[in-house]
Design a protein around this ligand. Structure first.
Ligand code: NAG
Ligand code: NAG
Length: 308
C-alpha cells in the first residue's frame, strides 16, 4: 500500500538520522589556545565541565589590582564571569578593590618583585589551587637590575610553589610600556621568564608562562603609558582564560572534557543533547508505531474509503 511504503520511508530516514548522529559521537578535542582568535573560538565552541572549584590567587602589582580600569576590577571581573559559567570559583587575597562582589586579590601597586615576594604568605586560609602571577612592571620602570629581578621572580615562584605544591602557577609576561626605553627593558625582562621557570617545569611542577602578546600598545593608557585601558584588561583576562583552559586540558585542575558546539557531532557529544536526542528518537519511534497501529485499524474498518 502507498502509505505503508511512506511509513517505511520515514523509518529509513529516522534510522539514517540516528546512524549519522551516533557515528559522530567521538570528536577530537580542540587545539590548545595560543592566539586571541583561537581563545575566543574556544570560548564560543567549548563546554568545559568536570573541573574542581578554582581558588584563585591574583598576585602582582597595580595591574593585578586593576589600576586605571573604569570599574577598578581590572582583568578580574571578565575572567570571573567566564570561569563561573564552568566552575565554582573564589578569588583569594587580603586586598579588596573594584566594584565586583568577590574582589579579593594580592595586587600591590608600585611594588617590584622582591617586595611582593616579601608579602606572599603560605597562610591563605582558602589554599589557592591556581596562582595568577603578573609582576615585574615596577622593576622595569624603577630601573632595577633585571638580573636581580629575575632572581627575585625565582624566589617568589619558589615560595609560592613550596607553599602550595599542588597549585597551578601561571606566570604572565608583563604588558607593553609606551616609553621606548622602558619597552626595551620590558622585552628583556619578559624574555628571561621562561629561563626562570624552566627548572620548575623540569621538576614536573604545574607551572607555565602566559603569553600576553595580544595586549598590544594601543591597549595601554596613553596618559600614563603603563596601565591597560579596559580593552587591555579584557585581553589580559582572555590570556589567563586560555592558559587556564590549557592547564585544565593537561589535567592540572581536575578532570576536563571538551565538547565543541559548532558541529552536529559537537552538539551530540554534549551529554545533555545526547540524552535529548536519544529520548526524542525513542519517542518518535513509539509515536510512529502508535500511528501505524491506528491507521491499520482505520483501514481495517473503512477499507479503501480512507485516503491519507
Ligand atoms: C646586574 O646584576 C648582575 C648580577 O648581580 C651583575 O653581574 C650586573 O653587572 C648588574 N648589571 C648592572 C647594569 O648593574
Ligand atoms: C588614562 O589614565 C588617566 C589618568 O590616570 C585617566 O584619567 C584616563 O581616563 C585613562 N584613559 C583611559 C582610556 O582609560
Amino acid at each position: 500500500m502507498a502509505f505503508k511504503s511512506r511509513l517505511h520511508c520515514i523509518y529509513l530516514i529516522v534510522s539514517a538520522y540516528l546512524t549519522i548522529t551516533c557515528s559522530s559521537l567521538s570528536i577530537p578535542a580542540p587545539d590548545l589556545p595560543s592566539t586571541y582568535e583561537s581563545v575566543s573560538q574556544l570560548r564560543r565552541d567549548a563546554i568545559v565541565t568536570g573541573g574542581e572549584e578554582l581558588r584563585i590567587l591574583p598576585l602582582g602589582d597595580s595591574i593585578t589590582r586593576g589600576e586605571g580600569s573604569s570599574d577598578g576590577n581590572g582583568y578580574r571581573l571578565a575572567l570571573y564571569d567566564w570561569l563561573q559559567l564552568e566552575n565554582d570559583l573564589d578569588y583569594i587575597g587580603r586586598l579588596t578593590t573594584g566594584t565586583m562582589v568577590d574582589n579579593h586579590h594580592e595586587g600591590y601597586g608600585g611594588f617590584p618583585i622582591d617586595a611582593i615576594e616579601a608579602l606572599v604568605t603560605s597562610k591563605y586560609p582558602e589554599q589557592p589551587n591556581l596562582v595568577l602571577l603578573m609582576a615585574g612592571t615596577n622593576d622595569v620602570i624603577q630601573k632595577h637590575n633585571l638580573s636581580t629581578s629575575s632572581a627575585a621572580l625565582d624566589k617568589l615562584v619558589n615560595k609560592v610553589v613550596n607553599a602550595y605544591p599542588d597549585a597551578v602557577v601561571l606566570v604572565a609576561e608583563i604588558p607593553p610600556l609606551l616609553n621606548p626605553k622602558r619597552e626595551a627593558r620590558r622585552l628583556e625582562y619578559n624574555s628571561a621568564i621562561p629561563g626562570v621557570i624552566k627548572k620548575y617545569v623540569d621538576d614536573g611542577r604545574h607551572i607555565a608562562v602566559v603569553d600576553m602578546g595580544r595586549v598590544k600598545p594601543e591597549y595601554i593608557n596613553a596618559t600614563d603609558g603603563i596601565h591597560p585601558i579596559d580593552e587591555g584588561y579584557r585581553l589580559i583576562a582572555d590570556a589567563w582564560y586560555g592558559a587556564i583552559l590549557a592547564a585544565r586540558y593537561k589535567g592540572w585542575l581536575g578532570e576536563l572534557t571538551f565538547a565543541t558546539h559548532n558541529t552536529l557531532g559537537g552538539w551530540i557529544s554534549d551529554s545533555t543533547w545526547t540524552l535529548e536526542i536519544v529520548t526524542y528518537g525513542v519517542m518518535s519511534l513509539v509515536v510512529l508505531f502508535a500511528v501505524r497501529k491506528l491507521v491499520n485499524k482505520a483501514i481495517r474498518k473503512y477499507g479503501t474509503r480512507l485516503s491519507l
